[in-house]
Design a protein. Structure first.
Length: 201
């Protein structure tokens, strides 16, 4: 897995530092824990982590369930001299009530596409590929959030590349329909799509 060491001032969200919240813990504290990786109001400032603002309510819960069931791997997060953590552990620690409350909160936050460099020529080719292979599920040029899909447009390129690599290698389990479509794409196609999504802001 991809491992990231972060400065000491960032609080760890590791297993030992992310206990299942109890009645005495304020919901705002739980939000702050999520924002350590996913940014203020769910708009990530760290390219290896996705923005989660603007996820649909059902889409957010679907993502939590996928992590709980280990059908998807997550980037490791580690503060110096602290335990590693992954979203799989965090998802398993969250109660259903907390997951639903977080889904309600982040689904109401405004998604802000990340501004990042892209190749205009590749982006133009990626737009065609998206229309042909992806738009049916990832509507509005990848900007739509649905019950089982999150925004692709404006997500960090590094994060998307990691996910595409995981799908190609079989580390991330996706639907048969998506896998069949994905297998039709070569690495040049993937780069074009990544540049297309980076161009939308």
């Amino acid at each position: 897995m991809f491992k990231q060491f972060v400065p000491f001032f960032l609080l760890s969200v590791g297993l030992a530092f992310f206990p299942a919240p109890g009645p005495a813990e304020d919901f705002s504290d739980l939000i702050k824990r999520c924002e350590i990786c996913h940014g203020q109001n769910g708009n990530s400032g760290l390219p290896m982590f996705p923005s989660i603002a603007g996820f649909s309510y059902e889409g957010f819960l679907y993502a939590i369930d996928v992590y709980r069931e280990d059908r998807r791997i997550a980037a490791e997060f580690q503060q110096a001299n602290a335990p590693e953590t992954v979203m799989n552990n965090i998802g398993q620690q969250l109660s259903d009530a907390d997951a639903e409350a977080l889904a309600n909160y982040f689904s109401k936050r405004k998604y802000i596409p990340r501004s990042q460099p892209f190749d205009p020529e590749l982006a133009s080719r990626g737009a065609i590929l998206h229309e042909d292979h992806c738009e049916r599920c990832h509507e509005q040029n990848g900007a739509a959030a649905g019950d089982e899909v999150a925004p692709l447009a404006g997500q960090w390129t590094l994060y998307l590349r990691m996910q595409f690599d995981n799908i190609r290698s079989g580390k991330r389990i996706v639907s048969r329909r998506m896998l069949n479509r994905f297998k039709k794409l070569n690495q040049e196609d993937i780069e074009a799509l990544l540049n297309f999504y980076a161009s939308i802001n």
